[in-house]
Write a protein that binds this ligand. Structure first.
Ligand SMILES: Cc1cc2nc3c(=O)[nH]c(=O)nc-3n(C[C@H](O)[C@H](O)[C@H](O)COP(=O)(O)OP(=O)(O)OC[C@H]3O[C@@H](n4cnc5c(N)ncnc54)[C@H](O)[C@@H]3O)c2cc1C
Length: 342
């Protein structure tokens, strides 16, 4: 298990905070969820995509792009997924052809968050004719580049505040100055950011589960039935007791991961465990929340109804629960295996 943490925050000279302490990020995510604003990916720009520029960008790229990203004038997105390649990222069909001083980019992406609003998109593509499955190039594709088109804003089950779009690339001429990181190593660059990306998902999912718990608790305490209140039913107490314990447990694990991350010791195994456990517990809580709200829980005017549909993607996005199990399972049977506390 090798640690995969790295410096992520823009330095002060680009307008960033400079200091690296993931607890700032944790507090922002948790408070945003508590305020009921978790229905769009506010960390996507600042914490998922921005760090790629800080980590892998050249000095010239950082100077050119980071100040606009920090001020909010340049909105970021990352485009990996294609209609035929999601979990299996290396199976993508978008290609780049080396033309000397530039690359020609061809292909399409789908389900891209900020796809409509983005000014700068980190696009993953494979060198045309690549022999190695994991050969990949990351390109910084800018709004207005000829041949770069956006499709429609896709209609979704939830997360209506977040734009999600298809992107199309037809002979887009991308200067070599816009290659991010080492050409051919793009797949590994993406992998480096994933442990933190999963921890971000986990922080949000644990906070969201607790919010749904609190909301359901309050509802159960005031909903009258059979001469008493819902909270006095043994079924309600047993099921909420189980959720209270499970949410506390995952929160404790998430907090431990945050400490490990701040020490540069967060591994892909830890990130995967945190994401898998929190999103599964979150989903269990959403389902129970709607159930205990009865028919009201199915109505738009009750927040638990939106939370239910918004949360459904969390077991799929940023690596599905099944992919998390693959990562953890591979580690369990590796030579270097050790459990977190051993
Ligand atoms: C709202 C939304 C926003 C998104 N934002 C972005 C974005 O900004 N950028 C981006 O690049 N992508 C984005 N995505 C794409 C997202 O990352 C993918 O949907 C996700 O990776 C799953 O890929 P897929 O949809 O192709 O499903 P598939 O990979 O086809 O998976 C289908 C099912 O098979 C399971 N599965 C896959 N592989 C295995 C395996 N080896 N063993 C067992 N089971 C397996 C999966 O867990 C899943 O249950 C977004 C998606 C949504 C819905």
């Amino acid at each position: 298990m090798s640690a995969v943490s790295g410096r992520s925050w823009p330095a002060e000279k680009y307008g960033g905070m400079g200091e690296e302490d993931f607890r700032f990020e944790q507090i922002i995510i948790e408070e945003t969820v508590r305020a009921g604003c978790g229905c769009w990916f506010n960390t996507l720009h600042s914490r998922l995509v921005g760090p790629y520029l800080q980590r892998f960008g050249t000095e010239e790229q950082r100077e050119r792009f980071l100040p606009g990203c920090v001020s909010g004038e340049t909105i970021l997105a990352i485009a990996m997924t294609e209609a035929g390649a999601g979990s299996d990222l290396a199976g993508m069909g978008t290609t780049v052809t080396d033309q000397g001083d530039h690359y020609l980019l061809n292909g399409s992406k789908t389900f891209i968050s900020n796809g409509i609003n983005a000014d700068l998109v980190v696009v993953a593509a494979k060198p045309a004719g690549a022999e190695k499955r994991h050969d990949m190039v990351l390109l910084l594709v800018e709004r207005g580049m000829e041949g770069f088109e956006r499709g429609r804003n896709l209609k979704k089950m939830g997360l209506s505040a977040q734009d999600t779009a298809e992107l199309f690339f037809s002979n887009v001429k991308v200067p070599k100055a816009n290659v991010l990181g080492e050409p051919g190593k793009g797949f590994y660059h993406l992998m480096e950011g994933l442990a933190e990306e999963r921890l971000i998902s986990a922080v949000g999912a644990a906070a969201n589960a607790r919010r749904a718990f609190d909301m359901t608790r309050e509802y159960a305490m005031q909903r009258k039935m059979f001469g008493s209140v819902l909270s006095e039913q043994q079924n309600t107490q047993f099921r909420m007791a189980e959720m209270d314990a499970e949410i506390d447990l995952v929160q404790t694990y998430v907090d431990l991961c945050v400490v490990e991350h701040n020490q540069g010791r967060l591994t892909s195994n830890m990130g995967a465990k945190a994401k898998m456990l929190t999103t599964e517990v979150e989903w269990k809580m959403m389902d129970l929340g709607v159930q205990l709200h009865g028919g009201h829980g199915y109505m738009d005017e009750y927040p638990i109804s939106h939370m239910f549909t918004d949360a459904r993607i969390n077991r799929i996005l940023a690596g599905s629960s099944e992919v998390m199990r693959l990562i953890i399972g591979r580690d369990v049977f590796s030579q270097n295996y050790r459990s977190l506390l051993s």
